[in-house]
Design a protein around this ligand. Structure first.
Ligand code: SF4
Length: 360
């Protein structure tokens, strides 16, 4: 029996043209790591994220120069942009006035209800949602004291406290994130929160680390929650180029069959039967297809003996042989191809497949 995922019903909010929650597809986000006031560098990075499939991007807004830069950045990008604010409500208002599509701030940290209501009025006037982002490392002192440290229960209480502040200003365009750097607390906190609210949830494991630990923690944390039906938008956090975050985000969604995006590559681990440098072949194919969004299943196998059979479900695939490999589709051999031409021939087939998909 395939895994059946029943997504929890949440309220819909809109970040620019992207719906989050309310049954919309789980969206993939990332965050720039350029200095936001460097408009050229930030725009360039966002354009690369767009190509990788990023659907919502967040930028840090540490000062007024960053808030003002949003106007120029927005004029050169097509995906919605969220301004990440800490402590200073004036930055939130300036970012909104510069055209941000959403704000990420915690109302309990901006200096009282008068300031909260000013930010809310500004968000309402422009139809912007606000993400409350609770981090395990910055819980309120009274909560830490009551729960004896950072706990999932304390994180949830903190989030709901921020929610109440926004609701008291008659504002409900809210989504919530609850991030810890460990999988266990992150998953427990989101599970608990999901029982207590129908607001859409932004899911991720924060400060997950470099490539290997970051991918493992994110895949486990985000994956467990998505398998529970929890999560309306995701961000993988890696100490790497943010483009890698987007790539890993889609791999998680593809692995759970929640979304199809871009090629799904199946490649064998190789064994003593392998007659081709498969690591190199797989890497070249992956790199060449990095910006392709066509959902196509591709197999890259080490040998003709087992390759096509093991990859019967692939739309197209290649397998190595003794100097000569094969091209196959849905497990059927199409033709023999010399090893040095295998990658090129496979990429031509993927291109043909993509073009055929677009022709009704
Ligand atoms: Fe080994 Fe061939 Fe299977 Fe790859 S496809 S693991 S080379 S038997």
């Amino acid at each position: 029996m395939p895994l059946e995922i029943h997504r929890k019903t949440t309220r819909a909010i809109h970040v620019g043209r992207v719906q989050v929650g309310g049954g919309a597809p789980v969206s993939v986000q990332s965050m720039t790591n350029t200095s936001t006031e460097d408009v050229a560098a930030t725009t360039d990075q966002i354009c690369r994220l767009q190509l990788a499939g990023c659907e919502i991007v967040r930028v840090a807004v540490p000062d007024m120069a960053a808030a003002r830069a949003i106007r120029s950045i927005k004029s050169n990008i097509t995906i919605p942009l969220i301004a990440d604010i800490h402590f200073d409500y004036r930055l939130a208002i300036a970012a909104a006035e510069s055209g941000a599509d959403g704000l990420r701030l915690n109302p309990g940290n901006i200096g009282g209800m008068k300031k909260v209501s000013e930010v809310v009025r500004c968000a309402k006037d422009r139809g912007l949602p606000i993400r409350i982002g609770v981090n395990a490392g910055s819980l309120e002192k009274d909560i830490l004291k009551r729960y004896g440290g950072v706990t999932a229960e304390g994180m949830v209480e903190s989030a709901l406290r921020h929610v109440e502040m926004l609701r008291s200003c008659d504002f409900d365009q809210i989504k919530i994130s609850l991030k810890a750097s460990d999988v266990s607390r992150t998953v427990s906190a989101y599970r608990l929160l999901s029982e207590k609210t129908d607001l859409p949830l932004h899911v991720g494991v924060t400060e997950a680390g470099g490539l290997y630990p970051g991918i493992v923690k994110s895949a486990l944390g985000i994956g467990m929650l998505l398998a529970d039906g929890i999560g309306d938008t995701i961000r993988v956090s890696l100490t790497r180029d943010p483009g890698e975050e987007v790539r890993v985000g889609y791999e998680i969604l593809k692995a759970l069959a929640i979304r199809r995006h871009g090629p799904e590559i199946v490649s064998c681990p190789t064994c003593g039967r392998c007659k081709i440098n498969l690591f190199d072949v797989a890497e070249r194919v992956e790199k060449a297809l990095i910006t392709v969004s066509t959902p196509i299943k591709i197999a890259i196998m080490g040998c003709v003996v087992n390759g096509p059979g093991e990859a019967r479900e692939a739309d197209v695939g290649i397998a190595g042989g003794d100097g000569i490999g094969i091209l196959f589709k849905k497990g059927k051999v199409i033709r023999k191809v010399p090893h040095e031409q295998l990658v090129e021939v496979l990429l031509e087939e993927v291109d043909r497949f993509s073009r055929n998909l677009k022709v009704p």
